[in-house]
Design a protein around this ligand. Structure first.
Ligand code: NAP
Length: 323
């Protein structure tokens, strides 16, 4: 079954495929793996690809998509591509040039969705993670509302069909929604979301504002050593997910992905392994009962795998709020 067959309508009228393929690639892996991964993902049926400037794989992502267009497997308009504005480019005058830089790397004319990656501006310069002599992150002072206005201009210029945010808490979202003269609402908020951190309050808030919640880390993340506490429990080893997998004759991964779709969440799934990609697009082929959805709700334990510790000292660190 093709993931392109299930879409969610965004508040600006564009459609987003409900299942997306993530392209974060740990530093220790060769980028050729991303190139191969995106090609295999498109062959498997993924039509929504999620990337970001800071992942440093936009060249490979673009090359894979263009390759599949040249092969005649897809047309550009069949693919929904997201990229993200990194924290060191939040000054309004840097937003469009940053998107243009991403497009140059991708060798594409537009992205379908451009997101503010985190609600915190960092010091512009050569470093993606600027730090002082004590190893502390260095900030910039930029009003998020000014950044948002620059995002709106990117949409008007046709460089991004839709614009949204990532890792915003509900207060930060509300600030944008309440901006005087707001032209376009964020279409989505992309956040960590899985049965151990089900984001039910943030999801309710987003739904009430017609903002789609996009889930990353939906399978418990890749558990990259740089970012994830290795002693944290492995989501896909959860016995309840395991029992449900048996009951539905599916894998724990599919149970975790299906859970999100049935809550109206757009879900990302990452893998470099063809078998797993082919498995993940089967998420549209079965349904969890309401009772079992509640059982999965019961697994919530506010466990955040990706705490973005490099931002934790900032007063606007998004994850200090309850939601
Ligand atoms: P994820 O999708 O939660 O999980 C990936 C892990 O699940 C991989 O290690 C993979 O194993 C495993 N997996 C995938 N399919 C499976 C299956 N069918 N059965 C068993 N295991 C399976 O990982 P993520 O990369 O953290 O998140 C997804 C994407 O979200 C990222 O790639 C990125 O695009 C985005 N993201 C965004 C942000 C943000 O700040 N906005 C942050 C993090 C991630 P194998 O390695 O063995 O294939």
């Amino acid at each position: 079954m093709n993931s392109g067959h299930s879409y969610v309508t965004l508040n600006d009228g564009h459609l987003i495929p409900a299942l997306g393929y993530g392209t974060y690639t740990p530093e220790e892996l060769p980028k050729s793996q991303t190139l191969e991964g995106v090609k295999l993902a498109i062959d498997a049926g993924f039509r929504h690809i999620d990337t970001a400037y800071v992942y440093q794989v936009e060249e490979e992502v673009g090359q894979a998509i263009r390759g599949k267009i040249e092969e005649g497997i897809v047309k550009r308009e069949d693919i929904f591509l997201t990229s993200k504005l990194w924290c060191t480019f939040q000054r309004p005058e840097m937003v469009r040039p940053s998107l243009e830089k991403s497009l140059e790397k991708l060798q594409l004319d537009y992205v379908d969705l451009y997101l503010i990656h985190y609600p915190i501006p960092m010091k512009p310069g050569k470093e993606d993670f600027p730090t002082d002599e004590h190893g502390k992150s260095m900030w910039d002072t930029v009003d998020l509302l000014a950044t948002w206005e620059a995002m709106e201009k990117c949409k008007e210029a046709g460089l991004a069909k839709s614009i949204g945010v990532s890792n915003f808490n509900h207060r930060q979202l509300a600030r944008i929604l309440n901006k005087p003269g707001l032209k376009y609402k964020p279409v989505c908020n992309q956040v960590e979301c899985h049965p151990y951190l089900n984001q039910s309050k943030l999801l309710d808030f987003c739904k009430s504002k017609d903002i789609v919640l996009v889930a990353y880390g939906a399978l418990g993340t890749q558990r990259y050593k740089r970012w994830v506490d290795q002693s944290s429990p492995v989501l896909l080893n959860d016995p309840v997910l395991g029992a449900l997998a048996k009951k539905y004759n599916q894998s724990p991964a599919l149970i975790a992905l299906r859970y999100q779709l049935q809550r109206g969440v757009v879900v990302l799934a990452q893998s470099f392994i063809e078998r797993k990609m082919k498995e993940n697009v089967q998420v549209f082929g079965f349904q969890l009962s309401l009772e079992d959805m509640k059982v999965i709700d019961g697994l919530n334990r506010k466990l955040r795998y990706l705490g973005a510790e490099f931002l934790a000292d900032h007063p606007d660190y998004p994850f200090s709020d309850e939601y």
